[in-house]
Design a protein around this ligand. Structure first.
Ligand SMILES: [Zn+2]
Length: 294
């Protein structure tokens, strides 16, 4: 059973123009492939990705289940489609693939009451199991003004996925430090947090917290950024994480973000085949750990 804990789907109008550009920036090395000078509806092959496209990519890659994380960048720039509609869309279209797709709520806690309402609505209506946040939109996760958000997450027993590490464009990566979850974990010891991308350049903060708190997990999505040219970096990061937190490392891809530079199916094969951990640990990373977490 292979579970991908970190994928996205969207319609173009659900993402702000400034963010589309920011997401594409890491791909600018592939210069000439994309004209970055103007905003266009079809500025990128992944401008619109829906459940059907995701399922067919999963089929090719041999992935059984995926966790869909809606993205709320609205406090940077409100997209044409509002965040509640985006979440509803993700949950609605996932209903057709109940045994394959696991949608989480994606909302910026700084929206205050609206964020709480969206989380409650998705839990009541669709039995949502988790919530994705993105501190780089401009908040520290332990900011006192969002303590009600954490109280709700704790009450509803939701899994939290947080972006961590680098951000581009109008996003402020200084908010993306994994260590900002320490205060949350001290206050709410039952909240389970998945630090995305291992925490990126701040992954040692993730490792430090993982030693201190049993509910800290990390996903390995976006390591494809090192592929294909620097596969040694991807392997050493996987080895490092597997040696420190073997039972709490979770497979992820960030599909469709890296597909253009490194195909999804190859990333899955990379994790399956390369020599970075025992077969037993790989099995846990590729599905068992997330299955027991959820
Ligand atoms: Zn992502």
């Amino acid at each position: 059973m292979i579970i991908d804990s970190h994928v996205h789907i969207w319609k173009r109008a659900m993402l702000p123009n400034s963010i589309i550009r920011a997401y594409l920036e890491p791909l600018l090395e592939l210069d000439g492939l994309i004209d970055m000078s103007v905003d266009r509806e079809k500025d990128w092959p992944m401008s619109e990705v829906d459940a059907e496209m995701l399922i067919s990519s999963m089929d090719v890659a041999g992935v059984d289940k995926s966790v869909i994380l809606p993205l709320d960048f609205g406090r940077i720039e409100e997209p044409r489609v509002d965040i509640e509609t985006y979440n509803e869309w993700v949950f609605e279209i996932s209903l057709a693939y109940k045994d394959r797709l696991i949608p989480f709520v994606g909302v910026d806690p700084m929206r205050g009451k609206k964020a709480l309402d969206i989380v409650e609505k998705m839990v009541n209506k669709f039995d949502a199991k988790g919530v994705k946040i993105y501190p780089g939109t401009g908040f520290r996760p332990d900011d006192d003004s969002i303590k009600e958000f954490w109280q709700l997450v704790d009450n509803l027993n939701l899994i939290v996925v947080s972006h961590a590490g680098a951000s581009w464009g109008p996003l402020d990566e200084n908010f993306n430090h994994p260590i900002y979850f320490r205060n949350i974990l001290e206050k709410f010891p039952s909240i389970r947090i998945i630090i995305a991308h291992l925490g990126g350049k701040w992954r040692f903060e993730t490792y430090e917290m993982a030693k201190e708190f049993k509910n800290v997990y990390a996903d390995c999505s976006a390591l494809q950024g090192w592929l294909p040219s620097q596969s040694d970096v991807a392997i050493s990061r996987l080895k490092e994480a597997a040696s420190i937190m073997p039972d709490r490392l979770i497979f992820g891809s960030d599909w469709p973000l890296f597909d253009i530079s490194y195909p999804y199916s190859q990333w899955v094969q990379f994790v399956i085949e390369k020599d970075w951990a025992s077969e037993e640990i790989k099995e846990r990373v590729l599905g068992k750990t997330f299955a027991s977490l959820i």
